[in-house]
Design a protein around this ligand. Structure first.
Ligand code: WT7
Length: 642
């Protein structure tokens, strides 16, 4: 019944109740996208309306200019559903990793109090509007509480993924000049306690951090500096449960989230208050069909944009219940994730192809006993999903009944921009679908001409872009200009993705055209890995490529030039150590080759393309432009003898 290339449509039942069911919305929106977004924006609570919907001064632009808003007001007392309707509803279910530990649930009313208490604690410590606050927390309720507390005060949160290394944390803390860092003693991961505080201390050393707030989570032994460190639990003890929201300008800085940069220095994407809120609210409503009775499980850690927008802001703005799980989805048993869907009656499940492939790998037997009766919608995000994984997810998890939205977006876009809408469809395996209403995209060839159907080119966004699109790279306007507004011209936003359209206009994402690789959905650049490797005393040249990986999609492979006395094994260990220390375990390479030289052009450019072909066994093409063609044979031999 299910085949590749087939198109699927929502069931009658789904369509009947869907938030959006008529295609007319696309046409209407495209007639005047600014007007369209303004209409949507009116669906939120503003302290003061905006004067102008969209203002453009290339490469900069603004949305809802002059409007005053606070996202937490929209989540809590000014929620569109009415405070009375959601106050006693569960906002958050938190499931700890250890199975013998109890889950925590917080109603909207309870979460509101916690947010206010912690916001007051931050205020006492001197945190004010515009101040940057570092958050280095695992998947625990305090991650949500601290982000919302910052938002309440207009402080700028910068969340750093808890599995990033102390050095990765340090770079981010330095760039933002955060004076406060929020962390935890430790957390559970696959049955082990990870000592996060140690990393936090190391990361905060030689930065501007003055106070470290520590959540007691795992009760592990931690280093303590009584001049600097404060227990979260003590700070909120006698705090007031009320805190007025800071009235934010639509274009005030809301948060900074770092994404990999090519030279090793991450880029701080800058997001603003009004546009982000509008996009988070409406994409949740229309793409996930979110409503108050939904139990929404987005598996992303708050350390990523997916966690920001769809674990936290979007479901809460829509008055739904969000589920957060501390651990790994396949621990302690392979079907922990399936058990959680059943236990909590999850209605919408949003995860990454990597996880889907992993579940699939565990076999059909495992999943057979789950009926997933409560599920009504599935989503995928983070990397291209191949047909096989798509069909498995659709059939085995969604039981052929749930719409499957493959959502394309980026850290930079703040919210989803391309996907089929669940009440409309079509859902086509491996295709993301149409741009969200009001979003204009084009696929351009090298010369900037629009590609014909089926032809792959550069995916760009046209004005008015999107309300949630980044407004800059923190403290780095040159990088902003160079990365997004120059390679395909100054008038369009370049996504760095290659894509093509089918005859219905559905978009398929092919992959990144810059030096980014997607490892288990996480975005890394080959440049940042190389920078870590080249920091080795005896290595000053290396090349990293992404190689196919059955579960992770892609994995890094390292070619390091080393001519010293150590054995290959020793060097490999040292490289692993450097990557672990400077980036984190998510970036660990699948293969490391110690080589004498790398293929280079006469002008000295390392030919990563040739290395990739050597690995995949593809035709190498013309090698005549190489300065050192003999190295190709040598590397081939090294790969072969592995
Ligand atoms: C890159 C952005 C935004 C959520 C998490 C990733 C790739 C994202 C899809 C998809 C194919 C996808 C793109 C994009 N990507 N979603 N549905 N199909 N590719 O955010 O880490 O900033 O990465 O992820 O290459 O540019 P990110």
């Amino acid at each position: 019944m299910l085949k590749r290339g087939d198109l699927y449509y929502p069931t009658k039942e789904f369509k009947k109740n869907a938030c959006v069911k008529s295609k007319a919305v696309y046409k209407q929106a495209l007639k005047n996208p600014v007007k369209f977004w303004e209409k949507l924006a009116k669906g939120l609570f503003w302290f003061k309306p905006w004067k102008k919907g969209f203002l453009r001064k290339p490469p900069y632009f603004q949305w809802f200019v002059g409007g005053k808003i606070n996202i937490t007001a929209n989540i809590f007392d000014k929620n569109q559903l009415g405070w009375g309707a959601i106050k006693n509803k569960i906002a958050l279910i938190w499931e700890p990793e250890p199975i013998d530990e109890e889950a925590i649930t917080l109603t909207y009313g309870e979460l509101f109090k916690e947010v206010n208490k912690f916001a007051n604690a931050l205020k006492k410590l001197g945190v004010r509007k515009g101040d940057r606050v570092g958050i280095y927390l695992p998947m625990i309720p305090e991650a949500i509480i601290s982000m919302l507390a910052c938002a309440r005060l207009g402080a700028v949160h910068t969340v750093v993924f808890s599995a990033f290394s102390s050095q990765a944390l340090k770079v981010r803390l330095k760039d933002t000049e955060a004076k406060i860092l929020i962390t935890a003693d430790g957390y559970w991961r696959r049955g082990k306690v990870i000592n996060l505080k140690e990393n936090a201390d190391e990361g905060a050393r030689d930065t501007q951090v003055e106070k470290i707030i520590v959540v007691k989570r795992a009760n592990n032994e931690i280093p303590w500096n009584s001049q600097r460190d404060l227990w979260w639990q003590n700070l909120i003890k006698d705090g007031s449960e009320q805190c007025e929201p800071e009235i934010m300008d639509s274009e005030d800085l809301f948060f900074i989230l770092y994404t990999s940069g090519s030279t090793g220095k991450p880029k701080g994407t800058v997001h603003t208050c009004g546009g982000y809120a509008v996009q988070a609210y409406w994409t949740g409503k229309w793409i996930f069909d979110l409503r108050k009775d939904d139990i929404f499980w987005c598996t992303s850690d708050p350390g990523w944009i997916t966690g920001h927008t769809y674990t936290i802001y979007s479901p809460l703005l829509n008055g739904a219940t969000t589920l957060m799980f501390e651990g790994a989805p396949d621990f302690p048993t392979a079907d922990r994730w399936a058990q959680l869907i059943e236990k909590y009656g999850v209605t919408i499940f949003y995860t990454a192809p990597t996880a889907i492939r992993m579940f699939e790998r565990y076999g059909a037997e495992l999943i057979k006993k789950y009926k997933f009766k409560t599920l009504r919608l599935l989503g995928s995000v983070g990397e291209p999903i191949d047909e096989t994984a798509w069909l498995w997810y659709f059939k085995e998890v969604g039981k052929g009944r749930c719409p499957l939205v493959d959502t394309w977006w980026q850290t930079e876009t703040g919210g989803i921009l391309i996907t089929s809408l669940p009440g409309i469809g079509p859902f086509k395996p491996a295709f993301t679908g149409l741009p969200f209403p009001g979003i204009k995209v084009k696929i351009l060839d090298e010369k900037g001409k629009v590609c014909k159907m089926g032809k792959t080119g550069n995916l760009v966004l046209l004005p008015p872009f999107a309300p949630g699109l980044l407004r800059g790279i923190y403290k780095n306007p040159e990088k902003y200009l160079e990365t997004y507004w120059s390679q395909c011209g100054k008038k369009v936003y370049f996504t760095s993705d290659a894509a093509f359209k089918d005859k219905q206009g559905l978009i398929r994402i092919v992959g990144r055209v810059d030096d980014a690789i997607k490892v288990a959905g996480h975005r890394l650049t080959t440049g940042e890995l190389e920078a870590a490797i080249n920091s080795h005393d005896e290595i000053n040249e290396s090349a990293v490529i992404g190689i196919p990986d059955e579960i992770k999609g892609e994995s890094p492979a390292v070619f390091a030039v080393y001519r010293g006395k150590k054995t290959d094994e020793e060097i490999k260990q040292e490289i692993v150590g450097l990557i672990r220390k400077q980036i984190g375990p998510i970036a660990l390479p699948k293969e490391i080759f110690v080589v004498e030289d790398l293929p280079k052009t006469r002008s000295g450019k390392i030919m990563r393309r040739i290395l990739k072909r050597l690995w995949t066994g593809e035709d190498l093409g013309d090698l005549s432009t190489l300065a050192n063609p003999e190295t190709v044979e040598k590397i081939k031999e090294i790969i072969r003898s592995k």
